[in-house]
Design a protein. Structure first.
Length: 299
């Protein structure tokens, strides 16, 4: 349930489980980050038709959009503002769902992002001028990095993981990563790495690191697996395992994390293993918070 003061109205019956929690987490994160304790919004989860009507009546825009903000301080709130009231945020759940699918993450995550976006508008941020847009995007990234761990924790406790990793699958993927490691081409470093990437179609794609005398063209195992999969038409993935010759757990480098972010959800499980198959389980979002992603290019 939302905290007292945060008003959440769910008009869209097919809103995903966890949507209310996502809104609450996002609102609280913005208020804390912006030092706006004691303020609160009304967030309405609705449909395309309602957003379209409000766009037409209040903005002169004859189409649905993902989110609308009506700041109380500017006299645009739909309701008479009581003390501490910031204004109204309307989010189209169907549009959020479509955007989430195109961006490769969950609808709940997209609703949280749109709530952060709407809250920043209520607090005076805008993105009309380039410098204002840069500032707003920067604040969104910072705040979403605080929100996402809470969403993952809530999903694990109440909704189940977006993709479940059982012991059998973990063992199979780590073994395949260790197998892929054997084909590594590493005449310069001698450090072999293997990766096993599971696509949404259920197919495994294996990769190894491939070095080059010029060094910079060297390709990591994770990217080898991703590029192999994409070259065969796969662009949706469920899990990744990485293993090397090291006694320590092997993590993807920064470049590989960015490449994975292009195709994989923040909640995608990532298995980081050592030469003996011992491992830890994390997520892509935990490995790359505040990632630059496709949504940053959406205007």
């Amino acid at each position: 349930m939302a905290d007292p003061g945060i008003q959440i109205e769910i008009e869209y019956e097919a809103a995903p489980r966890g949507a209310e929690q996502a809104v609450s987490c996002a609102v609280k994160a913005v208020l804390e980050a912006e030092g706006a304790a004691g303020r609160y919004p009304c967030v309405i989860l609705t449909d395309d038709e309602t957003i379209h009507r409000c766009n037409r009546d209040f903005r002169g825009v004859d189409r649905p959009t993902d989110v609308l903000s009506f700041p109380a301080d500017e006299g645009e709130a739909l309701l008479t503002p009581p003390d501490g009231f910031l204004g109204d945020i309307m989010i189209s759940v169907p549009t959020a769902g479509r955007q989430a699918e195109s961006l490769g993450h969950s609808t709940v995550r997209e609703i949280a992002f749109l709530t952060v976006h709407g809250m920043l508008h209520l607090l005076g941020y805008d993105h009309i001028a380039a410098e204002d847009e840069e500032l707003m995007l920067s604040r969104q990234r910072v705040i979403m990095a605080e929100v996402e761990p809470n969403l993952i924790e809530y999903a694990e406790e109440n909704c189940g993981r977006e993709f479940s990793m059982n012991e059998s699958l973990i063992s199979e993927m780590i073994n395949k990563a260790l197998e892929a490691r054997e084909k590594a081409y590493v005449p310069y470093s001698g450090f072999r790495v293997g990766a096993c990437l599971l696509s949404s179609s259920g197919k495994f794609y294996l990769g190894c690191n491939i070095e080059n005398a010029a060094y910079s063209p060297t390709n990591c195992a994770e990217r080898t697996a991703v590029f192999k999969a994409v070259s065969e038409g796969e662009t949706s993935f469920e899990a990744l395992a990485i293993a090397s010759d090291s006694d320590y757990f092997t993590y993807p480098c920064g470049v590989c994390r960015q490449v994975l972010c292009e195709f994989c959800a923040d909640s995608m499980p990532v298995l980081c293993a050592n030469k003996d198959g011992e491992h830890i389980l994390t997520t892509l979002g935990a490995l790359l918070p505040m990632a630059f992603s496709k949504e940053d290019l959406v205007k």
